[in-house]
Design a protein around this ligand. Structure first.
Ligand code: TXA
Ligand code: MG
Length: 334
């Protein structure tokens, strides 16, 4: 974490108190996390959770992640077995969500129709301050999906939240640029075999090293996870992932058809395009820039965005996953 980046955006105690008061009365608040900005409501408030689904336009059956300030708050919602405890000790606070069997009797407004609950303890100082104050005021967790409309690119800066939600934007806490830039890794511990539901900046190998077993890929039984729909994180502009060796030829083809192109690649195309965006050669930097870049290229209103496919290596799994869904989403939109 780069503290300097966050200190510049100090949300005073008064604003946090105001945010807590909103949450406690069934309102909605947007807040920064180290992955993406979240759109939060009291996980125990039917009205608050309903407002999230309405603002996002998200299907009701898709469960939300409940954010907590610490392990004790997580234990309110679910029994933390040895596997959960080991992962919490290794990675919380941080970009790891655990799906666990929900404790009987706790609120299930945020959990879709699942008997499980997704729990995450973010490391961003503003998120942490908000959650600590929320629990001190009697709450137990803040349900928060990414603060974008359903299916669209997640917000990693406060301006993205306003761009996306417009007049529906709630009280927004400022927190600079999200450090990781892709949503949390989701690990399902609700069944005997641990499974990876969504790749993120904490890698499968890091999780496996702590658990001492291999993670199962998600299968058909796994509950619906919006972030794993084939078409998600989409731009309005057509978007294509192109292997490095095919990029020059594809640029040529599209230009020959008279298309206006934006190209995101490590090396500038030889032919002149409307916009060339240099791509980072390092996965963490690339991830941090991913959604802001997709938004910027989308706003150009060119005919097509060509993205040079990042290397097929483990360090690039989360980025490749999101780009693949963005491509599918743009295709689905036609
Ligand atoms: O990094 C993140 O996780 C961000 C920030 C705001 O914390 N949140 C986020 O939320 O990405 P959202 O709602 O966009 O994605 C949460 C994913 C969804 O795809 C949801 O279906 C899944 O987590 N999820 C939540 N609870 C679940 C459960 N009980 N079982 C299976 N999947 C669950
Ligand atoms: Mg999302």
């Amino acid at each position: 974490m780069n503290p300097a980046r966050h200190e510049a955006h100090d949300n005073g105690a008064a604003l946090v108190a105001q945010a807590v008061a909103r949450l406690r009365t069934g309102g909605v608040v947007a807040f920064p996390t180290e992955t993406v900005y979240g759109l939060g409501a009291d996980a125990e408030s039917a009205a608050g959770v309903a407002a999230i689904y309405r603002i996002k336009g998200r299907p009701r059956g898709h469960p939300l992640i409940v954010h907590v300030p610490d392990r004790a708050s997580a234990a309110y919602w679910a029994d933390l077995d040895a596997r959960a405890t080991a992962l919490i000790e290794a990675f919380w606070p941080g970009p790891l969500t655990l799906v666990l069997a929900r404790r009987p009797g706790v609120a299930r407004f945020a959990c879709g129709n699942e008997s499980t609950i997704g729990l995450r303890c973010p490391s961003h100082p503003v998120a942490h301050r908000l959650l600590v104050a929320f629990v001190a005021a009697g709450g137990h967790g803040v349900a928060a999906p990414s603060a974008n409309r359903f299916g669209r690119v997640s917000p990693t800066r406060v301006a993205h939240v306003f761009d996306d939600l417009g007049d529906d934007a709630p009280l927004v806490l400022e927190g600079g640029e999200s450090e990781h830039g892709v949503e949390s890794t989701i690990v399902d511990l609700s069944r005997e075999e641990a499974a990876l539901l969504r790749p993120g900046s904490i890698s499968a190998a890091q999780v496996e090293a702590v658990l001492g077993v291999a993670l199962r890929p998600p299968d058909a039984q796994v509950p619906r996870v919006s972030g794993t729909l084939a078409a998600h994180y989409a731009t309005a502009t057509a978007l294509e992932l192109i292997t490095p060796s095919r990029l020059a030829a594809r640029v040529h083809e599209c230009l020959a058809r008279g298309e206006r192109l934006a190209v995101w690649s490590r090396i500038s195309p030889e032919e002149p395009v409307s916009c060339w965006e240099p791509a980072a050669g390092e996965p963490l930097t690339y991830a941090r820039q991913l959604y802001a870049t997709l938004r910027r290229l989308d706003a150009l209103r060119v005919d097509r965005i060509l993205v040079e496919e990042p290397p097929a290596e483990p360090a690039w799994v989360a980025v490749r996953d999101r780009l693949g869904r963005a491509q599918a989403g743009a295709e689905a939109r036609g």
